[in-house]
Design a protein around this ligand. Structure first.
Ligand SMILES: Cc1ncc(COP(=O)(O)O)c(C=O)c1O
Length: 383
Protein backbone atom coordinates (compact mmCIF):
# COMPACT_ATOMS: atom_id res chain seq x y z
CA UNK A 1 0.00 0.00 0.00
CA UNK A 2 1.12 3.56 -0.68
CA UNK A 3 0.53 6.67 1.38
CA UNK A 4 -2.27 8.98 0.26
CA UNK A 5 -0.25 11.64 -1.47
CA UNK A 6 -1.57 14.91 -0.03
CA UNK A 7 1.71 16.40 1.16
CA UNK A 8 4.46 18.01 -0.88
CA UNK A 9 7.56 16.71 0.90
CA UNK A 10 11.24 17.62 0.96
CA UNK A 11 13.53 14.95 -0.40
CA UNK A 12 14.78 14.12 3.11
CA UNK A 13 14.23 11.00 5.22
CA UNK A 14 14.29 12.00 8.86
CA UNK A 15 15.51 9.41 11.35
CA UNK A 16 16.50 10.97 14.63
CA UNK A 17 16.17 14.14 16.67
CA UNK A 18 17.60 15.52 19.88
CA UNK A 19 17.16 19.01 21.32
CA UNK A 20 17.22 21.50 18.43
CA UNK A 21 18.81 19.09 15.95
CA UNK A 22 17.55 16.48 13.48
CA UNK A 23 19.46 13.79 11.58
CA UNK A 24 18.46 12.22 8.27
CA UNK A 25 19.10 8.65 7.09
CA UNK A 26 22.45 9.73 5.65
CA UNK A 27 23.61 10.99 9.03
CA UNK A 28 23.34 14.66 8.02
CA UNK A 29 22.57 17.01 10.90
CA UNK A 30 19.97 19.81 10.64
CA UNK A 31 19.18 22.76 12.89
CA UNK A 32 15.43 22.75 13.49
CA UNK A 33 14.04 26.29 13.39
CA UNK A 34 10.55 25.12 12.51
CA UNK A 35 9.70 22.34 15.00
CA UNK A 36 7.46 20.46 12.54
CA UNK A 37 4.94 23.37 12.30
CA UNK A 38 5.67 24.88 15.72
CA UNK A 39 5.12 21.69 17.70
CA UNK A 40 8.46 21.20 19.44
CA UNK A 41 8.44 23.41 22.53
CA UNK A 42 11.02 21.94 24.94
CA UNK A 43 13.25 20.34 22.31
CA UNK A 44 13.16 16.96 20.60
CA UNK A 45 13.31 13.99 22.98
CA UNK A 46 13.98 16.11 26.06
CA UNK A 47 15.21 13.65 28.77
CA UNK A 48 12.45 14.67 31.20
CA UNK A 49 9.80 14.23 28.50
CA UNK A 50 11.14 10.76 27.61
CA UNK A 51 11.33 9.58 31.22
CA UNK A 52 7.81 10.91 32.00
CA UNK A 53 6.43 8.93 29.05
CA UNK A 54 8.38 5.80 30.09
CA UNK A 55 7.11 5.95 33.67
CA UNK A 56 3.52 6.50 32.53
CA UNK A 57 3.59 3.68 30.01
CA UNK A 58 4.73 1.25 32.70
CA UNK A 59 1.61 2.15 34.70
CA UNK A 60 -1.33 3.06 32.50
CA UNK A 61 -1.22 3.89 28.81
CA UNK A 62 -4.92 4.24 28.18
CA UNK A 63 -8.31 4.20 29.67
CA UNK A 64 -11.33 6.18 28.50
CA UNK A 65 -12.98 9.17 30.14
CA UNK A 66 -15.54 6.89 31.80
CA UNK A 67 -13.28 6.72 34.88
CA UNK A 68 -11.28 9.22 36.94
CA UNK A 69 -7.70 9.64 35.81
CA UNK A 70 -5.58 11.38 38.44
CA UNK A 71 -3.04 12.55 35.92
CA UNK A 72 -5.71 14.65 34.15
CA UNK A 73 -6.44 16.56 37.37
CA UNK A 74 -2.72 16.99 38.00
CA UNK A 75 -2.28 18.36 34.51
CA UNK A 76 -5.25 20.74 34.84
CA UNK A 77 -3.90 22.06 38.16
CA UNK A 78 -0.43 22.69 36.83
CA UNK A 79 -1.69 24.25 33.59
CA UNK A 80 -4.00 26.53 35.57
CA UNK A 81 -1.07 27.72 37.71
CA UNK A 82 1.40 28.36 34.91
CA UNK A 83 -1.08 29.92 32.47
CA UNK A 84 -2.83 32.18 34.99
CA UNK A 85 -6.18 30.55 34.16
CA UNK A 86 -6.82 28.43 37.25
CA UNK A 87 -10.41 29.76 37.37
CA UNK A 88 -11.18 28.25 33.94
CA UNK A 89 -12.05 24.60 33.17
CA UNK A 90 -10.00 22.35 30.90
CA UNK A 91 -11.33 20.09 28.15
CA UNK A 92 -8.69 17.87 26.59
CA UNK A 93 -8.69 16.63 23.00
CA UNK A 94 -6.14 15.56 20.41
CA UNK A 95 -5.41 18.31 17.89
CA UNK A 96 -5.80 21.96 17.01
CA UNK A 97 -8.70 21.51 14.62
CA UNK A 98 -10.56 19.44 17.21
CA UNK A 99 -10.01 22.13 19.83
CA UNK A 100 -11.47 24.82 17.54
CA UNK A 101 -14.32 22.56 16.43
CA UNK A 102 -15.30 22.07 20.07
CA UNK A 103 -14.84 25.75 20.92
CA UNK A 104 -17.21 26.83 18.13
CA UNK A 105 -19.75 24.21 19.17
CA UNK A 106 -19.56 25.39 22.80
CA UNK A 107 -20.10 29.00 21.74
CA UNK A 108 -23.18 27.98 19.80
CA UNK A 109 -24.52 25.80 22.63
CA UNK A 110 -23.99 28.65 25.09
CA UNK A 111 -25.58 31.44 23.04
CA UNK A 112 -28.10 29.45 20.99
CA UNK A 113 -26.85 31.41 17.94
CA UNK A 114 -24.77 30.39 14.93
CA UNK A 115 -23.18 33.32 13.10
CA UNK A 116 -19.40 33.55 13.60
CA UNK A 117 -16.97 36.39 13.00
CA UNK A 118 -13.49 35.37 11.80
CA UNK A 119 -10.55 37.21 10.27
CA UNK A 120 -9.00 37.63 6.86
CA UNK A 121 -5.83 35.53 6.68
CA UNK A 122 -7.01 33.14 9.40
CA UNK A 123 -6.21 29.43 9.69
CA UNK A 124 -8.05 27.35 12.29
CA UNK A 125 -7.83 23.77 11.00
CA UNK A 126 -9.29 21.34 8.50
CA UNK A 127 -12.42 19.89 10.12
CA UNK A 128 -15.78 21.34 9.07
CA UNK A 129 -16.41 24.16 11.55
CA UNK A 130 -12.70 25.02 11.82
CA UNK A 131 -12.50 25.19 8.02
CA UNK A 132 -15.58 27.37 7.78
CA UNK A 133 -13.76 30.03 9.84
CA UNK A 134 -10.49 29.58 7.91
CA UNK A 135 -9.94 32.21 5.22
CA UNK A 136 -8.97 29.82 2.44
CA UNK A 137 -11.86 28.38 0.39
CA UNK A 138 -9.39 26.18 -1.52
CA UNK A 139 -9.14 23.88 1.51
CA UNK A 140 -12.90 23.15 1.61
CA UNK A 141 -15.12 20.54 -0.04
CA UNK A 142 -18.77 21.21 -0.90
CA UNK A 143 -19.99 19.61 2.32
CA UNK A 144 -17.82 21.96 4.39
CA UNK A 145 -19.50 25.03 2.89
CA UNK A 146 -22.66 26.79 4.08
CA UNK A 147 -22.86 25.00 7.44
CA UNK A 148 -23.23 28.29 9.30
CA UNK A 149 -22.80 31.95 8.37
CA UNK A 150 -19.29 33.41 8.79
CA UNK A 151 -18.19 37.02 8.29
CA UNK A 152 -14.49 37.55 7.58
CA UNK A 153 -13.30 40.98 8.62
CA UNK A 154 -9.84 42.62 8.54
CA UNK A 155 -7.65 42.54 11.64
CA UNK A 156 -7.50 45.79 13.61
CA UNK A 157 -10.65 47.32 12.06
CA UNK A 158 -13.13 47.90 14.90
CA UNK A 159 -15.59 49.58 12.52
CA UNK A 160 -15.90 46.31 10.54
CA UNK A 161 -16.48 44.45 13.79
CA UNK A 162 -19.29 46.84 14.81
CA UNK A 163 -20.91 46.36 11.41
CA UNK A 164 -20.98 42.52 11.46
CA UNK A 165 -22.24 42.17 15.02
CA UNK A 166 -25.03 44.72 14.83
CA UNK A 167 -27.81 42.12 14.29
CA UNK A 168 -27.28 40.30 17.58
CA UNK A 169 -27.07 36.91 15.86
CA UNK A 170 -23.36 36.24 16.47
CA UNK A 171 -22.33 33.38 18.77
CA UNK A 172 -18.54 33.74 18.53
CA UNK A 173 -15.59 35.74 17.35
CA UNK A 174 -12.55 33.54 16.70
CA UNK A 175 -9.09 35.07 16.37
CA UNK A 176 -5.47 33.83 16.45
CA UNK A 177 -3.10 35.34 19.02
CA UNK A 178 -0.78 35.89 16.05
CA UNK A 179 -1.69 34.50 12.63
CA UNK A 180 0.61 31.58 11.83
CA UNK A 181 -0.23 30.05 8.47
CA UNK A 182 -1.56 33.43 7.28
CA UNK A 183 1.85 35.11 7.67
CA UNK A 184 2.40 36.52 11.17
CA UNK A 185 -0.10 39.39 11.10
CA UNK A 186 -1.48 40.04 14.56
CA UNK A 187 -4.28 41.86 16.34
CA UNK A 188 -3.00 45.00 18.06
CA UNK A 189 -3.29 45.31 21.83
CA UNK A 190 -5.89 48.07 21.36
CA UNK A 191 -7.94 45.93 18.98
CA UNK A 192 -7.87 42.91 21.31
CA UNK A 193 -9.08 45.10 24.16
CA UNK A 194 -11.91 46.47 22.00
CA UNK A 195 -12.80 42.97 20.88
CA UNK A 196 -12.91 41.73 24.44
CA UNK A 197 -15.08 44.61 25.61
CA UNK A 198 -17.51 44.46 22.69
CA UNK A 199 -17.88 40.67 22.98
CA UNK A 200 -18.57 40.92 26.71
CA UNK A 201 -21.22 43.64 26.16
CA UNK A 202 -22.93 41.76 23.34
CA UNK A 203 -22.79 38.29 24.96
CA UNK A 204 -20.58 37.00 22.15
CA UNK A 205 -18.10 34.22 23.02
CA UNK A 206 -14.55 35.37 22.31
CA UNK A 207 -12.40 32.41 21.21
CA UNK A 208 -8.64 32.97 21.21
CA UNK A 209 -6.91 30.42 19.02
CA UNK A 210 -3.51 30.05 20.71
CA UNK A 211 -2.76 26.74 19.00
CA UNK A 212 0.40 28.14 17.44
CA UNK A 213 0.99 31.33 19.44
CA UNK A 214 0.43 29.75 22.87
CA UNK A 215 2.51 27.66 25.25
CA UNK A 216 5.23 30.24 25.75
CA UNK A 217 5.92 30.76 22.06
CA UNK A 218 5.78 34.58 22.34
CA UNK A 219 7.45 34.88 25.77
CA UNK A 220 4.14 34.99 27.64
CA UNK A 221 2.16 31.81 28.15
CA UNK A 222 -0.46 33.03 25.65
CA UNK A 223 0.05 35.81 23.10
CA UNK A 224 -3.20 37.56 24.09
CA UNK A 225 -1.79 38.08 27.61
CA UNK A 226 0.22 41.00 26.17
CA UNK A 227 -3.16 42.76 25.91
CA UNK A 228 -4.22 41.84 29.45
CA UNK A 229 -7.55 40.43 28.26
CA UNK A 230 -9.29 37.21 29.33
CA UNK A 231 -11.17 35.55 26.46
CA UNK A 232 -14.08 33.17 27.08
CA UNK A 233 -12.40 30.19 25.43
CA UNK A 234 -8.74 29.59 24.60
CA UNK A 235 -7.77 26.79 22.23
CA UNK A 236 -4.39 25.05 22.43
CA UNK A 237 -2.39 22.24 20.78
CA UNK A 238 1.07 22.14 19.09
CA UNK A 239 3.64 23.01 21.84
CA UNK A 240 1.36 21.51 24.48
CA UNK A 241 2.59 17.93 23.95
CA UNK A 242 6.04 18.63 22.40
CA UNK A 243 5.21 16.15 19.64
CA UNK A 244 2.78 13.95 21.53
CA UNK A 245 -0.64 14.65 19.90
CA UNK A 246 -2.58 16.76 22.35
CA UNK A 247 -5.07 19.62 22.21
CA UNK A 248 -7.33 21.41 24.63
CA UNK A 249 -9.71 24.22 25.53
CA UNK A 250 -9.70 26.54 28.53
CA UNK A 251 -13.30 27.48 29.22
CA UNK A 252 -14.72 30.33 31.31
CA UNK A 253 -16.83 29.16 34.27
CA UNK A 254 -19.89 30.98 32.92
CA UNK A 255 -20.08 28.45 30.05
CA UNK A 256 -21.62 25.51 31.89
CA UNK A 257 -21.15 21.93 30.70
CA UNK A 258 -23.67 19.12 30.53
CA UNK A 259 -22.95 15.45 30.14
CA UNK A 260 -22.55 14.52 26.51
CA UNK A 261 -22.05 18.11 25.35
CA UNK A 262 -18.46 17.38 24.24
CA UNK A 263 -16.59 14.10 24.14
CA UNK A 264 -13.62 12.19 22.81
CA UNK A 265 -12.18 8.70 23.15
CA UNK A 266 -8.50 9.57 23.14
CA UNK A 267 -8.50 13.14 24.45
CA UNK A 268 -6.84 13.47 27.86
CA UNK A 269 -5.34 9.97 27.74
CA UNK A 270 -2.73 9.30 30.43
CA UNK A 271 0.24 9.29 28.05
CA UNK A 272 -0.75 12.66 26.60
CA UNK A 273 -1.16 14.08 30.11
CA UNK A 274 2.26 12.73 31.11
CA UNK A 275 3.78 14.38 28.03
CA UNK A 276 1.94 17.63 28.81
CA UNK A 277 2.98 17.63 32.46
CA UNK A 278 6.62 17.12 31.55
CA UNK A 279 6.43 20.11 29.16
CA UNK A 280 5.16 22.31 31.99
CA UNK A 281 7.83 20.96 34.39
CA UNK A 282 10.53 21.91 31.93
CA UNK A 283 8.95 25.36 31.43
CA UNK A 284 9.38 25.93 35.17
CA UNK A 285 12.76 24.28 35.67
CA UNK A 286 14.46 25.78 32.62
CA UNK A 287 12.74 29.17 32.72
CA UNK A 288 11.72 28.59 29.14
CA UNK A 289 9.57 31.70 28.62
CA UNK A 290 12.42 33.92 29.76
CA UNK A 291 14.71 32.16 27.31
CA UNK A 292 12.24 32.99 24.51
CA UNK A 293 12.63 36.70 25.26
CA UNK A 294 16.43 36.50 25.50
CA UNK A 295 16.79 34.60 22.23
CA UNK A 296 14.31 36.92 20.52
CA UNK A 297 16.43 39.88 21.51
CA UNK A 298 19.64 38.30 20.19
CA UNK A 299 18.04 37.17 16.95
CA UNK A 300 16.26 40.45 16.18
CA UNK A 301 19.47 42.44 16.74
CA UNK A 302 21.36 40.22 14.31
CA UNK A 303 18.57 40.16 11.72
CA UNK A 304 18.39 43.95 11.75
CA UNK A 305 21.99 44.04 10.51
CA UNK A 306 21.19 41.95 7.46
CA UNK A 307 20.51 44.01 4.34
CA UNK A 308 17.59 42.84 2.20
CA UNK A 309 15.13 42.07 5.00
CA UNK A 310 12.01 44.19 4.53
CA UNK A 311 10.23 43.56 7.83
CA UNK A 312 10.36 41.32 10.90
CA UNK A 313 6.95 40.26 12.17
CA UNK A 314 5.73 38.34 15.22
CA UNK A 315 6.84 38.04 18.83
CA UNK A 316 9.20 35.90 20.87
CA UNK A 317 10.08 32.80 18.88
CA UNK A 318 7.13 33.05 16.52
CA UNK A 319 8.74 35.20 13.86
CA UNK A 320 8.22 36.04 10.21
CA UNK A 321 11.03 37.53 8.13
CA UNK A 322 9.61 39.33 5.14
CA UNK A 323 11.41 40.10 1.88
CA UNK A 324 10.53 41.91 -1.34
CA UNK A 325 10.65 38.64 -3.24
CA UNK A 326 9.51 35.01 -2.78
CA UNK A 327 11.48 33.06 -0.15
CA UNK A 328 11.18 29.64 -1.80
CA UNK A 329 14.81 29.60 -2.99
CA UNK A 330 16.19 31.05 0.24
CA UNK A 331 14.35 28.40 2.21
CA UNK A 332 15.67 25.60 0.02
CA UNK A 333 19.20 26.98 0.18
CA UNK A 334 19.01 27.19 3.98
CA UNK A 335 17.81 23.61 4.09
CA UNK A 336 19.98 21.87 1.53
CA UNK A 337 23.18 23.90 1.85
CA UNK A 338 23.19 25.11 5.46
CA UNK A 339 20.95 22.33 6.86
CA UNK A 340 18.55 24.67 8.61
CA UNK A 341 14.82 24.00 8.67
CA UNK A 342 12.58 27.07 8.36
CA UNK A 343 8.91 27.44 7.40
CA UNK A 344 6.76 29.19 4.83
CA UNK A 345 3.28 30.73 5.05
CA UNK A 346 0.43 32.02 2.87
CA UNK A 347 2.63 35.06 2.23
CA UNK A 348 5.15 33.82 -0.37
CA UNK A 349 7.67 36.49 0.69
CA UNK A 350 7.79 35.48 4.35
CA UNK A 351 10.15 33.02 6.06
CA UNK A 352 8.61 31.55 9.21
CA UNK A 353 10.73 30.78 12.28
CA UNK A 354 9.35 28.55 15.07
CA UNK A 355 12.33 26.97 16.87
CA UNK A 356 12.20 24.93 20.08
CA UNK A 357 11.70 27.45 22.90
CA UNK A 358 14.78 26.37 24.84
CA UNK A 359 17.19 26.95 21.95
CA UNK A 360 20.47 28.49 23.15
CA UNK A 361 22.15 31.66 21.92
CA UNK A 362 25.02 29.62 20.42
CA UNK A 363 22.54 27.53 18.47
CA UNK A 364 20.41 30.40 17.15
CA UNK A 365 23.30 32.49 15.83
CA UNK A 366 24.00 29.92 13.10
CA UNK A 367 20.80 31.13 11.45
CA UNK A 368 21.49 34.85 10.87
CA UNK A 369 25.01 33.92 9.71
CA UNK A 370 23.62 31.44 7.15
CA UNK A 371 20.81 33.78 6.08
CA UNK A 372 23.29 36.59 5.44
CA UNK A 373 25.43 34.25 3.32
CA UNK A 374 22.41 33.06 1.33
CA UNK A 375 21.31 36.63 0.66
CA UNK A 376 24.81 37.76 -0.28
CA UNK A 377 25.34 34.82 -2.66
CA UNK A 378 21.95 35.55 -4.15
CA UNK A 379 22.73 39.21 -4.85
CA UNK A 380 26.19 38.31 -6.21
CA UNK A 381 24.50 35.77 -8.46
CA UNK A 382 22.17 38.44 -9.83
CA UNK A 383 24.76 41.12 -10.52
C1 LIG B 1 -3.62 28.79 14.64
C2 LIG B 1 -3.92 27.37 14.27
N1 LIG B 1 -5.11 26.86 14.58
C3 LIG B 1 -5.43 25.58 14.29
C4 LIG B 1 -4.54 24.75 13.65
C5 LIG B 1 -4.90 23.33 13.35
O1 LIG B 1 -4.19 22.46 14.17
P1 LIG B 1 -4.08 20.89 13.79
O2 LIG B 1 -3.23 20.79 12.58
O3 LIG B 1 -3.45 20.29 15.02
O4 LIG B 1 -5.46 20.40 13.57
C6 LIG B 1 -3.27 25.25 13.31
C7 LIG B 1 -2.29 24.41 12.61
O5 LIG B 1 -1.37 24.86 11.98
C8 LIG B 1 -2.96 26.59 13.62
O6 LIG B 1 -1.77 27.13 13.30
Amino acid sequence: MKLYNVYPRFDIKMEKAKGVFLWDNKGRKYLDLYGGHGVISIGHSHPHFISALKVQQENLIFYSNSVHLDIQDKYAKKLGEISGYDDYALFLCNSGAEANENALKLASCYTGKKRVVAFKGSFHGRTSAALAVTDNPKLSASLNMDGFPVDFIALNHPEQLSEVIKNDDVCAVIIEGIQGVGGLDAPSITFLKQLSEVSRKKGIVLILDEIQSGFGRTGKFFAHQYAGIKPDIITMAKGMGNGFPMGGLLIHSRIKPWHGMLGTTFGGNPLACAAGLSVLDVFNKENVMNNVLIINDILIKQLKNIPGIKKIKGKGLMLGIEFDFPIKEIREELLYKYRIFTGSSANPNLLRILPPLNISRQQIVAFPIALKKVLTERSVGYS
